[in-house]
Design a binder for this molecule. Sequence first.
Ligand SMILES: Cc1cc2nc3c(=O)[nH]c(=O)nc-3n(C[C@H](O)[C@H](O)[C@H](O)COP(=O)(O)O)c2cc1C
Length: 205
Amino acid sequence: MSLTEKQLSAEELILSRHSVRKYEPGVTIPDAELNEILELAASAPSSWNLQHWRFLVIREQANKEKLLPIAYNQQQVVDASVVVVVLGDLEANLVAPKVYENATEQIREMMLGQINGAYQNNPGLGRDEAFLNASLAAMQLMLAARVKGYDTVPMGGYSKEALIKEFNIPARYVPIMLLPIGKAQAPGRATDRLPLQEQVIHERF
Ligand SMILES: Cc1cc2nc3c(=O)[nH]c(=O)nc-3n(C[C@H](O)[C@H](O)[C@H](O)COP(=O)(O)O)c2cc1C
């Protein structure tokens, strides 16, 4: 049942997300609805509010088919309505002037100094920040899709090099994951989780 038919609680919504690998082919997500999903995803938090994610939205069938060999023939990239390539910005510090353009000069100078200092003095920080923050947006995108009655599957099984080459992704952006979105043709398989006591450490190791 889609969420438009039945209003789920936040808890039910979170638990209703499963990785779906079989999609009804030929389903179009209307532009307005897709934009709402992406807007919701983009409301994710990020370090210094630098919004390190970029969404490469692939909807044309011919382009989804190009993804098939890149994603080692995982059929969901062809049958899903949309494949969002979640990218991380390795140079998100360059966005800071825009993010802080309406701040007072004093705040802006302080923030830009802090951000550029961090990026310039820590090799590897740009990459860590890109993965960390873009992953938050990706998770939010999966839940936003559920809100609209669609399913998703996060995918790390693809050739980054081939993806970058085929879709001409600039060096500034690192692929984080593929996120097919569509109408489930078959439900995702049930998955278990480790017992909570194996996942939670109280106070200190
Ligand atoms: C970073 C990441 C990469 C993944 N890569 C793939 C993938 O390439 N293909 C696939 O079918 N599922 C992939 N998955 C889905 C996982 O198998 C799935 O999330 C996990 O088994 C838990 O199931 P659930 O998502 O239904 O709760 C990936 C998940 C994550 C978070």
